[in-house]
Design a protein around this ligand. Structure first.
Ligand code: PEP
Ligand code: MN
Length: 343
């Protein structure tokens, strides 16, 4: 349930309402939006409404949330959540681009990719140090050394760092480097991992599972938020369908739907959706037209030699072309390409 509070409510009144809710077995999440203050009360098995709640000082109204996801829902927070990390800004009338190689392979490869994506307007560098590969024999990432190269690239370029964590035991280590922690598609329903990153106080990029419904994806975001980490970025990266000409099928409707059902920023990953560099631009532009706040793009200085996801990686030159088209399209959609504070 949500308890909508008067905008002028005092701290003491808020605490009194939270106290009553906690007595009824709820966990309280205070959500300060632009237009209202709301207490999201979740987690009570009985779901009883305390009888005096509606008449308590500072309480405007009490509402049930009809969706199974609560803190994620626009019913709880009507205005868009804007997430910032370093020079990256997601949501609020901008289109932002997170780009980089699938995997950190070497210091030179990462630096070259970082310089290129920055030059063409990305504000975050995405690269995996821990790779969740389908085959145990495939390159698994440089791990701690990869994190070190990411820190160096950030120091050199000022780009925010996005990198994946695959193991709950590594969350602290990965979060010490990452500005945004990525949860990959294969781990979208790894609930201990979701709870662990829910303990962090930094943004989580949550990729949609390979065969996850929109509701399962949003419930995964609810896991993270229920632990008190409200900065979740949803990432549509294509789902499994009967089609084999593409690696996955970009679910454009999920982007539009997620924007309607939730207040969280939505990013599209056309690289993993199409699985082919030639499909990246059309899918990226379609995603923006459907309402995506940002794009996650795989860029490699030499895709033919990439250790991971080369066929879907853009060269720096192709990335530059994509960014030019993004800059042209954004104003048509009433948005602007976000190039960072220095703009
Ligand atoms: C990735 O982002 O490189 C990746 C492994 O993607 P996904 O988890 O979407 O398959
Ligand atoms: Mn990849």
């Amino acid at each position: 349930m949500i308890v909508v509070m008067d905008l002028r409510v005092g701290e003491g009144e808020l605490e009194a309402v939270e106290h009553v809710l906690e007595e009824y077995g709820y966990r309280c999440h205070l959500i300060r939006g632009e237009s209202r203050i709301v207490i999201g009360a979740v987690g009570s098995a009985k779901g009883e409404v305390p009888p005096a709640l509606e008449t308590m000082p500072g309480v405007e109204k009490v509402m049930r949330v009809s969706q199974p996801f609560k803190l994620v829902s626009r019913e709880v927070k009507p205005d868009d959540t804007i997430i910032t990390a370093g020079n990256l800004r997601l949501g609020g009338g901008f289109v932002s681009v997170l780009a980089g190689p699938c995997a950190v392979e070497s210091e030179a490869q990462l630096n070259e990719a970082a310089r290129a994506v920055k030059e063409h307007g990305a504000t975050a560098l995405r690269g995996g140090a821990f790779k969740p590969r389908t085959s145990p024999y495939a390159f698994q990432g440089l791990m701690a050394r990869g994190l070190e190269y990411l820190r160096q690239a950030r120091a050199e370029t000022g780009l925010a760092v996005v990198t994946e964590v695959v193991n709950p035991a590594d969350v602290e280590m990965v979060a010490a480097t990452a500005d945004i922690v990525q949860i990959g598609a294969r781990n979208m329903q790894n609930y201990p991992l979701l709870r662990e990153v829910g303990q962090l106080r930094k943004p989580i990029l949550l990729k949609r599972g390979l065969s996850a419904t929109v509701e399962e994806w949003l419930m995964a975001a609810e896991y993270v938020m229920s632990e008190g980490n409200y900065e979740v970025i949803l990432c549509e990266r294509g789902i499994r369908t009967f089609e084999t000409y593409t690696r996955n099928t970009l679910d454009v409707s999920a982007i539009a739907l997620a924007k309607r059902l939730t207040h969280l920023p939505v990013v599209a990953d056309p690289s993993h959706a199409g699985g082919d560099w030639r499909l990246v631009k059309p899918l990226a532009l379609a995603s923006l037209a459907a309402g995506a706040d940002g794009l996650l793009i795989e860029v490699h200085p030499d895709p033919a030699r990439a250790l991971c996801d080369g066929p879907q990686s853009l060269t720096p030159a192709h990335f530059a072309e994509l960014m030019a088209d993004v800059a042209t399209l954004a104003p048509v959609l009433g948005k602007r390409l976000w190039r960072g504070e220095a703009e």
